[in-house]
Write a protein that binds this ligand. Structure first.
Ligand code: NAD
Ligand code: LMR
Length: 329
């Protein structure tokens, strides 16, 4: 049966980078037909309509239809997957949290439209920043839709972390696994290498051989590089990441639907796991099993790691308070 995929902000940069890959089957697989619903605001309709024409010209065998609309009720009608991308990106010198006031107001109405019109199995992935708290806003507004169906993208951070670790170990990135992101998609995030493996073997000894004091390397090099990569991209290319973000969003949904054979990372609702306050959308090490994200349990966090997780979670709590004060939840 054809799956309905709604992409908000489809006329924007990330939208353009993801549409053609989704139509080609990179997200749901080469035997799954898709129908795309592109949601834009009136100013973005031309760009989205242009993308729809190009999708038609791509003659994608799996693409059963494309609809462009500025009406959320139409866009989310029957949606099985909703990629909430549409939001303003930050510019140089900004933190993602600075976008809360500008972008937060987008996600309540979209959450309500999802509750009213989407399929009961809808899976929502929020990309628009600040992604974790926007996902919380959307979920809070979506009466009747389980909070587990709302997620925030932190897979880009994990992909960056694996890539940086692979570079440090002079190894192909595909061999590096178990580098989860804890916390917020922000500069406070904690990319955790304490369980990382290379071809299934722990990397601790190789890192010690390469860097001596591995903790110092993490604090001074690895963590800042990963956590501030978004800002680095903005500085180097003049605007925020696009193709890597689109690719990570596709990875996130593909794994959610098809399952994982190891850990990955996603912003998912907390039920109190690892002491994270209930209801926050926090990034954890996760597996996808039977179409559901499951937080990896039983991991040891030493005092140093605990403090890093706590710092990022504190920021999530502050963001939740800020959107509460703005009347967004
Ligand atoms: P962009 O400005 O190129 O595109 C955003 C699009 O959203 C525009 O076309 C705009 O018209 C549309 N839009 C705005 N409000 C909308 C609404 N209410 N409904 C539907 N569409 C709406 O920006 P971009 O580069 O595509 O980035 C989009 C968002 O993704 C930004 O907030 C950015 O910070 C974020 N982002 C997140 C990650 C992540 O890993 N979570 C990575 C990269 C970018
Ligand atoms: C990223 O991580 O690249 C995005 O969240 C964009 C940004 O503002 O950093």
């Amino acid at each position: 049966m054809t799956k309905t995929i709604t992409i908000t902000g489809a006329g924007g940069q990330i939208g353009y980078a993801m549409l053609f890959r989704i139509a080609a089957g990179d997200m749901l697989g080469s035997d799954e037909h898709v129908r795309l619903r592109l949601l834009e605001i009136p100013q973005g309709m031309g760009a989205a309509e242009g993308a729809a024409l190009e999708l038609q010209d791509g003659a994608f065998a799996l693409l059963d239809g494309v609809e462009v609309t500025d009406d959320p009720a139409v866009a989310f009608d029957g949606a099985n997957i909703a990629l909430l991308v549409g939001a303003r990106p930050r510019g140089p010198g900004m933190e993602r949290g600075d976008l809360l006031a500008a972008n937060g107001g987008i996600f309540g109405p979209q959450g309500r439209a999802i509750a009213a019109h989407a399929a009961s199995d809808v899976r929502v992935a929020v990309v628009g920043n600040p992604a974790n708290t926007n996902a919380l806003i959307a979920s809070s507004a979506a009466d009747g839709v389980p909070a587990e169906q709302f997620t925030a993208l932190t897979r880009l951070d994990e992909n960056r972390a694996r890539a940086q670790l692979a570079q440090a170990l002079h190894t192909p990135v595909g061999a590096v696994r178990r580098v989860p992101i804890w916390g917020n998609h922000s500069a406070t995030q904690f990319p955790d290498i304490s369980h990382a493996t290379l071809d299934g073997e722990p990397v601790a000894e190789r890192l010690a051989a390469a860097f001596g004091d591995v903790r110092a390397w993490q604090e001074q090099t690895f963590i800042p590089r990963v956590a501030k990569r978004g800002a680095e991209i903005i500085e180097v290319r003049g605007s925020s990441s696009v193709a890597s973000a689109a690719s990570a969003a596709i990875d996130h949904v593909r794994d959610w639907v098809h399952g994982t054979d190891d850990w990955t990372s996603a912003g998912v609702v907390s039920h109190g796991e690892y002491g994270v306050p209930e209801g926050l959308i926090c990034s954890f090490p996760v597996r996808a099993v039977d179409g559901t994200w499951r937080i990896v349990d039983g991991l040891e966090l030493d005092d140093w790691a605990r403090a890093r997780v706590d710092a990022s979670v504190t920021e999530l709590v502050e963001e939740r308070e800020a959107v509460r004060a703005l009347g967004l939840i």
